[in-house]
Design a protein around this ligand. Sequence first.
Ligand SMILES: NC(=O)c1ccc[n+]([C@@H]2O[C@H](COP(=O)([O-])OP(=O)(O)OC[C@H]3O[C@@H](n4cnc5c(N)ncnc54)[C@H](OP(=O)(O)O)[C@@H]3O)[C@@H](O)[C@H]2O)c1
Length: 446
Amino acid sequence: MQEFADAGSDTPLRIGVAGLGNVGATLVRILQKDGVELTRKLGRQIVVTAVAARSRSRDRGVDISGLEWFDDPVALAKSDRIDLFVELIGGEDGPAYAAVKAALEIGRPVVTANKALLAKHGVALAKVAEEAGTQLGFEAAVAGGIPVIKTLREGLGSASIERVYGIMNGTCNYILTRMGEEGISFAECLKDAQELGYAEADPTFDVEGFDTAHKLAILATLCFGYEIAPDRIHVEGITRISQADIKVAADLGYKIKLLGIAQRSDGGIEQRVHPTLVPKGSAIAGVDGVMNAVALETDHVHELLLAGPGAGGPPTASSVLSDILDIARGTKVPPLGVSSAELLPYKQAPMRAHEGGYYIRLNAKDVPGALAAIATRMAERSISIESVIQRPDLHVTDPAGEGMRTRTVVLLTQDTLEADVRESLALIADDGFIVGEPQLIRIETL
Ligand SMILES: NC(=O)c1ccc[n+]([C@@H]2O[C@H](COP(=O)([O-])OP(=O)(O)OC[C@H]3O[C@@H](n4cnc5c(N)ncnc54)[C@H](OP(=O)(O)O)[C@@H]3O)[C@@H](O)[C@H]2O)c1
């Protein structure tokens, strides 16, 4: 294990930063600009001494002229001229993985903002860090500037978490907020988000919910002590949310948010990412635009809501810096909250066993008996309907119903089993009274 001098040492803490993009260049800028204040806080100077990126000549708005340059992030990670390695390249494999692993293997502490890397290799990397007796910090990997990892690992160490849920993707929250406030379509909002730099040219990873799933998988491991399982999460994105859904939900006292939710259930751990109806008066409903929020429900503290900027250079670099300070001060915690050997095998609770309220939007054929037949199928599965809403002004056309008179009908159920809802909808489809795919949005009790 690498000797890691204590805070208060006369020798500066030498940082190597791989990746000088949005986050990396901002981190170098903050460390150069706030050096005096940071030295005062830590009792020891922190300096970036070496960097790695692809293009040496690119202007990054930060002075790297006096820093040692590495073309190869792995060589930087292993260099004996740094004390701590920061990985800000991104990607679940490739140079990010190779460099982080190489640093940990020689006992060098690592800080990363890379959720994809953590979701895929987090358990293996935590094991390498533990075996080498070093630290792996990843505060910035989940919800950017919000200190949720530290809260879970240290602040709530003794509490038992019952449920964690949150808005963890700023792109989706921005789109849903604007759809709600301005009455514009998903496609228009996405185009604006891309022009403003809030959404990638290929937004699939964000709008289909996978980015939220990566973050949820990491949080769920810290909350419940199970292995990280990013591919065993129920994931639905926001691309099918229509103005009709947003408006009917608002009439009923709800907002639609893309939530990542993990909770214990009889069948194991329920991990799900999907658009969700949340009561307008709930704290999470007030988190709008690109902001993120994570709520933690525990046995002792009840509910704790952490809200703030989930992305962007300065908030993310600030979380990276907080990990650097913690490690420099000598804070020692198992990366995943418990030793990797203590993590339990993940047991996924089946979605069919989920119980809750449902918003169901159907395109019913405008023929006698259609509504009665739908109600009968629901009753057969003991599904209690709380409200039936028909708003002719919010008619949703479905290509499958072309040339046919249809009525858009929204049903709100009381708490019911997902399996019953799915089965009754399949029977309703077989009866031939609806066209197209029903819209199903879960209601979360908050
Ligand atoms: N941006 C955010 O708001 C945010 C928020 C939370 C977490 N994160 C995470 O932070 C990490 C960095 O994100 P970012 O937005 O800063 O990314 P970015 O702007 O795309 O920057 C990536 C950097 O990595 C460098 N790089 C790529 N491949 C490399 C290689 N093979 N060898 C050496 N350097 C290489 C690039 O070099 P060149 O500049 O020379 O091309 C670039 O400087 C990612 O894991 C991301 O998920 C970002």
